[in-house]
Design a protein around this ligand. Structure first.
Ligand SMILES: *[C@@H]1O[C@H](CO)[C@@H](O)[C@H](O)[C@H]1NC(C)=O
Ligand SMILES: *[C@@H]1O[C@H](CO)[C@@H](O)[C@H](O)[C@H]1NC(C)=O
Length: 510
């Protein structure tokens, strides 16, 4: 505080030298008598006070206005003076301003919830066959691997499915609720969403169960959309653990705060579970998305949900959605264990009860169907070390091979090749590690590969030298089988197709 006052005094001296008038006098056209205080009548106190004050709003506002006065929104001294008086600042520098200081720009952000016709595409979207949408998203959607890279910050569930698919589309409960509730919704009486079919369940499968850990409307026979929320702002403050620790908490605060990111990337994975007596046991429903499998899932750009939104007031937050279109049955014990884990491991309480489901969003406010894309799930064989990729090359016109270096981004440190049908000679080109086709060659080395030989490239031959087979070194037909391990971190083309398998439960990062 002493130092602050000293600095203030220095500033005040400069101010006295260049602008001898008391701003209080100048701005208010008063004589200074109004305060009746010797302290305040000091000619520089009006400057010192706001600087030393705990709430220097007037000084800040004025300084801002003066700084901005050089811009397009220039304010004249007279306007400023009028403003100062009209705000009744004279003699009371602690008065809070009731209007924006002239020349200050309006806040560029609007924190009010948008009307749906000005909002970005919304969630929940109808995912049934043939369901339509009207909007083109501005945001790109994150992939399955990218979602799993982001920390899991919250798991919560909704009564019924907020989304709708061919598998979960029973709206009997939802219609009854909407007819009875005339819009008023209570947390103790959540709105049901779409349910999986119950007409195929036996009486035994419908036997009620007393839940020990889940609270609220959790019942056998009902369906629940579980939301696994991932956010780049995950509340993990210890970066040394590789960002993969789950630090769950009630609510969505962790999705927005955590590491202090104000513009987090958020992915919500939605999976629909129907509680069935004697249904499959799922031990780790807390990571249900990775342990149950989600091979019939889509991704699209949408919004947060929440029952304060409907088809007139929409959510302002754009996030990626991954939604599984199947109904997954689980035993009541498994579902209750989800609540137990949320409670015991993370001290959660509010989210042990189901949330209400937002009313399905009108096609006008959701993305067009071409932007609802099948979610590509990373294939298990693509994990590092899990398997090798084999490629066969059969050259009838001769076994030559252009010089190249196998991608170090995609493939592991050892490449094996079995060379069949005819003898050949490999030429190695020392490029000092460059994979560029026209890279300068320091020296070359040739290595004979007789037919029916197997060779391995590793070390410098893999990472420092390019290799190829010159035409004259293999004029006849040759068959080569090349084995490469695929790195877990390999970039993956979105279009690649193949057998889909769920990733291992342990896969938390690419
Ligand atoms: C839909 O839900 C209602 C209410 O729970 C139930 O009576 C009906 O059997 C369900 N329909 C099907 C096809 O499961
Ligand atoms: C998709 O997963 C379900 C279980 O989640 C399984 O029953 C089904 O066979 C899988 N389908 C394919 C094509 O892998």
């Amino acid at each position: 505080m002493l130092r602050l006052l000293a600095v203030s005094a220095c500033l005040a001296k400069v101010a006295i030298a260049t602008c001898p008038d008391d701003p209080e006098v100048d701005l208010c056209e008063s004589t200074g008598e109004e305060t009746g205080s010797g302290f305040r009548s000091s000619p520089w106190m009006a400057l010192v006070l706001p600087l030393a004050s705990a709430r220097p709003k007037v000084a800040t506002g004025l300084a801002l206005a003066l700084a901005l006065a050089v811009g397009a929104e220039a304010v004249t001294c007279g306007e400023l003076k009028d403003f100062y008086k009209s705000e009744q600042c004279c003699g009371s520098p602690t008065t809070e301003l009731s209007n924006p200081v002239p020349g200050t720009p309006a806040c560029p952000y609007n924190f009010n919830k948008p009307a749906c016709n000005t909002a970005e595409p919304q969630t929940p979207r109808d995912l049934s066959t043939g369901a339509t949408g009207s909007m083109v998203p501005k945001a790109a959607t994150l992939t399955d691997a990218q979602a799993n890279f982001l920390p899991l910050v919250n798991v919560h569930f909704h009564l019924g499915a907020e989304h709708k698919s061919d598998a979960y589309n029973n709206d009997t409960d939802a219609m009854a609720y909407d007819a009875a509730s005339s819009g008023r919704r209570l947390a103790s009486n959540p709105r049901p969403g779409f349910m999986c079919p119950t007409d195929t369940l036996t009486d035994a499968q419908m036997t009620p169960y007393t839940f020990q850990h889940c609270t609220g409307d959790v019942q056998v026979g009902k369906s629940y959309e579980v939301h696994y929320v991932h956010s780049s702002a995950g509340t993990d403050n210890d970066a040394s653990d590789g960002m993969n620790a789950d630090l769950l908490a009630d609510g969505l605060g962790g999705a927005a705060n955590g590491r202090g990111l104000l513009n987090p990337m958020v992915v919500v994975q939605g999976q629909i579970y129907q509680i069935v007596n004697g249904g499959p046991t799922v031990n780790d429903l807390l990571h249900g998305w990775t342990v149950v499998g989600h091979n019939n899932s889509v991704m699209y750009s949408g919004s947060t949900t929440g029952q304060s939104h409907d088809n007139s007031v929409c959510s302002p937050y754009v996030i990626t959605w991954h939604v599984d279109k199947d109904c997954h049955q689980v035993s009541p014990e498994s579902f209750d264990n989800l609540c137990k884990q949320m409670k015991d491991l993370y001290g959660m309480s509010v989210d042990l009860a189901p949330h209400g489901s937002r009313i399905l969003v009108s096609p006008t406010y959701v993305v067009q169907s071409q932007y609802v894309v099948e979610l590509m799930v990373r294939r298990k064989w693509a994990h590092e070390g899990a398997t090798w990729r084999r490629s066969a090359n059969r050259g009838k016109k001769g076994g030559y091979m252009h010089r190249h270096m196998d991608s170090k981004k995609c493939f592991g440190p050892v490449i094996a090749c079995c060379s069949l049908l005819s003898d050949a000679t490999l030429t190695f080109y020392d490029t000092g590690g460059s994979a560029y086709g026209l890279a300068k060659t320091r020296r070359t080395v040739t290595v004979d590969i007789p037919r029916r030989s197997l060779y391995f490239m590793t070390g410098a031959s893999r990472s420092q030298w390019q290799h190829g087979i010159k035409k004259e070194h293999c004029p006849k037909e040759r068959l080569s089988l090349t084995f490469r391990s695929i790195l877990r971190t390999a970039p993956r083309a979105a279009s690649s197709k193949g057998p889909k398998k769920r990733p291992s439960a342990q896969l938390r990062a690419p």
